[in-house]
Design a protein around this ligand. Structure first.
Ligand SMILES: Nc1ncnc2c1ncn2[C@@H]1O[C@H](COP(=O)(O)OP(=O)(O)OP(=O)(O)O)[C@@H](O)[C@H]1O
Ligand SMILES: [Mg+2]
Length: 481
């Protein structure tokens, strides 16, 4: 029987969608000139091993009630990282971490790898982006120079897997012992690594298929082989992924499907804090965040993020209101700042929001106008979340409204006040999740009053709580009416 001729296919380098014909524009994502011929007759490690046309083996089918062990977790020793991934690295799982260039991905992973290695686990750190010397210099700067982790600069997946799968490792070679530890001379503990870090997947190259590193097919094939190794050996695999202009992980979306956990490392370059957030997690929730501050000695954990985002608060200024945001189960207090500038009639006023959705700002302005009779139509409106933090919590509506009214009327809200709640288009205030937790955190940080939706009033948490049924009542309160 003649083998069928492998069909050609073209893959978009941006979104990963495949089509049988070349076209100037990708039909899925609309990008121009992004279709590249994919290696013909792709040989995956799987199909190379198994002849799919032949008779297969019978697989065992089991019930849901069969015994299942909880996944084994390796704590990284960095509490903020463990919190974001749900309690530690899972053996035999793959994790992808993406983030802007220079945000600190390599730094975080080097620190985590060193901690895990220091606790006696076998850890291998493969850098495809930097020379071993560069990584060593960073380790020294971070004070991790003596951590017993194994470092390699490599980009060939075949070489990496050959090294990792070998039943003994070449012994560690450090500067001081020179060539004394040449491979083979001293017997070594044969054990698979507990943690393998690959920085980054876009630099990896698999010789099973053609194409330059970083192309969709290469990224997919390299990731596939590395992940298969992790699942078979029980190692925890961490891949670093580049991100595109808009912050999505570069390369095929399918990469995100292949791994068990996807983390994104975010932050403003101009601010020192960094937030680690899980966007997918097969072994835990995705609602917890890890907060770090970037300093000379690398990333430091921030156990109390509110202190970081609440800038020095002295005298009360109009337009500033503190909002207890909730990240997972952890409250983070941030200051919402609003500024309004009266315009000469005729000009179109600007509205700008930093750290908050501008669509939602427009909505709050509309509700204030339609339901409370406050007009912002002759004023420019600026809204800012202090510290460069990004608020996504809908409970910020009420704090934003209070800040806007306070700015417009030039009447400060008392400085020891927090505000939270959701504003409906009807002007009614809706309760939000975890009101008690928010109040408790605010009380802990010395706040004494809270402006909240009426339905919340039961949960005091040690504060003087004022409940409002409608936005109009809140406006009256802020205006002192
Ligand atoms: N000598 C130094 N002293 C203090 N901070 C430094 C020093 N060198 C680098 N940094 C900090 O570390 C950051 C770079 O971190 P890192 O290399 O871990 O980022 P990355 O996310 O891995 O970047 P890339 O995507 O380019 O690999 C810099 O942006 C800077 O803030
Ligand atoms: Mg890096």
């Amino acid at each position: 029987m003649k083998a069928p001729r492998p069909k050609k296919r073209y893959v978009c380098q941006l979104c990963g969608s495949a089509s049988p014909r070349w076209a100037g524009q990708c039909a899925d994502c609309g990008e121009w000139n992004s279709l590249v011929e994919d290696a013909a007759g792709v040989v995956t490690p799987f199909s190379a091993r198994h002849d799919l046309r032949g008779g297969g083996r019978r697989i065992e089918l089991v019930g849901l009630d069969a015994e299942a062990a909880l996944p084994e977790r390796i704590g990284t020793g960095i509490a903020e990282l463990d919190r974001a991934i749900g309690g530690g690295l899972v053996a035999g799982s793959a994790m992808l971490i993406g983030g802007d260039p220079g945000i600190g991905k390599s730094t975080l992973l080097l620190q985590a790898a060193a901690r895990v290695a220091a606790r006696g686990f076998e850890v291998v750190y493969v850098s495809g982006e930097e020379a071993a010397d560069q990584v060593r210099l960073r380790a020294r700067r971070l004070g991790l120079g003596s951590a017993p982790l194994r470092l390699a600069a490599a980009t060939s997946v075949r070489d990496i897997l050959t090294t990792l799968q070998g039943d003994s490792y070449p012994p560690l070679r450090s500067r001081t012992d020179g060539a004394a530890g040449a491979a083979g001379n001293c017997p070594h503990v044969p054990r698979p690594p507990a943690l393998v870090v690959v920085d980054s997947i876009q630099t990896m190259y698999s010789d099973l298929i053609e194409g330059a590193p970083g192309t969709v097919s290469q990224v997919r094939a390299s990731a596939h082989e590395l992940i298969r190794f992790a699942k078979e050996s029980g190692a925890a695999l961490v891949l670093v992924g580049h991100v595109t202009k808009d912050g999505a992980i570069a390369g095929p979306r399918v990469l995100e499907h292949m791994v068990d956990t996807v983390l994104s490392f975010e932050g403003e370059r101009s601010h020192q804090y960094r937030i680690l957030r899980a966007t997918k997690n097969r072994y835990g929730g995705t609602d917890e965040i890890g907060v770090f501050a970037m300093g000379d000695e690398g990333l430091a954990e921030v156990a109390n993020p509110s202190a970081l985002f609440l800038t020095d608060r002295g005298e009360a200024v109009p337009g500033a209101v503190v909002f207890p945001a909730l990240e997972g189960t952890r409250p983070v207090l941030v200051e919402i700042q609003a500024l309004t500038v009266r315009l000469a009639s005729g000009a179109t006023p600007r509205r700008a929001a930093v750290g908050w959705d501008s669509g939602r700002l427009a909505m709050i302005l509309a509700v204030l106008e339609a339901r409370c009779g406050l007009s912002f139509s002759t004023a420019e409106v600026y809204l800012n979340v202090a510290g460069g933090y990004r608020v996504t919590d809908p409970a910020a509506d009420l704090a934003v409204a209070a800040a806007l009214v306070s700015a417009l009327a030039e009447r400060p809200v008392a400085p020891e006040t927090v505000a939270f709640g959701e504003v409906a288009l009807s002007g009614e205030l809706r309760p939000v999740a975890h009101a008690g937790l928010r109040l408790k955190e605010a009380a802990k940080l010395g706040f004494e009053r809270a402006l909240v939706p009426a339905a919340v009033v039961g949960e005091r948490g040690g504060m003087r709580v004022s409940g409002f049924r409608t936005l109009g009542q809140l406006v009256d309160h802020v205006l002192g009416r």
